[in-house]
Design a protein around this ligand. Sequence first.
Ligand SMILES: C[S@@+](CC[C@H](N)C(=O)[O-])C[C@H]1O[C@@H](n2cnc3c(N)ncnc32)[C@H](O)[C@@H]1O
Length: 217
Amino acid sequence: MNDDEAAREHFVREHTVLARPPLVPELVVTTATDVTPLWHATEAWLGRSGLAIPFWSVPWAGGQALARWVLDHPESVRDARVVDLGCGGGVVALAAARAGAARVLAVDVDPFALTATRIAAEENGLATKLTLLCEDVTGRALEDVDVLLAGDVWYEEAPARRFTTWMAALRQRGVRVVTGDPGRSYVPADLREVARYEVPTPWELESAPSRTARILV
Ligand SMILES: C[S@@+](CC[C@H](N)C(=O)[O-])C[C@H]1O[C@@H](n2cnc3c(N)ncnc32)[C@H](O)[C@@H]1O
């Protein structure tokens, strides 16, 4: 572990607890009890302002629903080579590993997300199944992937447009693409719903006690 990663691990452990997501109690993930102070602490630590909310610090409604669906349908990932796009704190990647995926590549553009996912993977005894990648892989062919999972990634217009085009191309090539979404603004309208879950949510993030999240293919 290099010095940056060790410092990030210290920061993540200092500002979160390991907790069981309400819809996925089989797993523990790093969870901020209050996101706003963590948000300020992240900006202070990095010496930058105007940062996006620390997405990695909670399991989002779309990710929890997708993780639940994967655990309830292990055949969807069993022995498969899986990518979790926008892994955040890793709830979907961990569920895929627990459900019997051959291997799981957890991808995010935020290094804190990979740190949080690594910590959670170790806590859940799943570290050997996971590989972590801090890159934007949107548009790549992903030749050696059978299943692409994406939990709660449809909240910004420009990335959502890129994801939509890319995922359509992956589907054409035979990759199974599954997303979990609680009604974000830019979710593609032409996907097929295969399940839905009511996910308990923190009021400070969703202004609601729960969100209905759909599993779309
Ligand atoms: C709302 S969070 C969802 C995290 C997790 N999937 C969950 O449901 O708990 C969205 C995540 O997507 C990541 N993200 C945004 N754009 C991305 C991109 N182009 N490639 C990979 N990850 C991206 C963000 O950094 C963030 O961690």
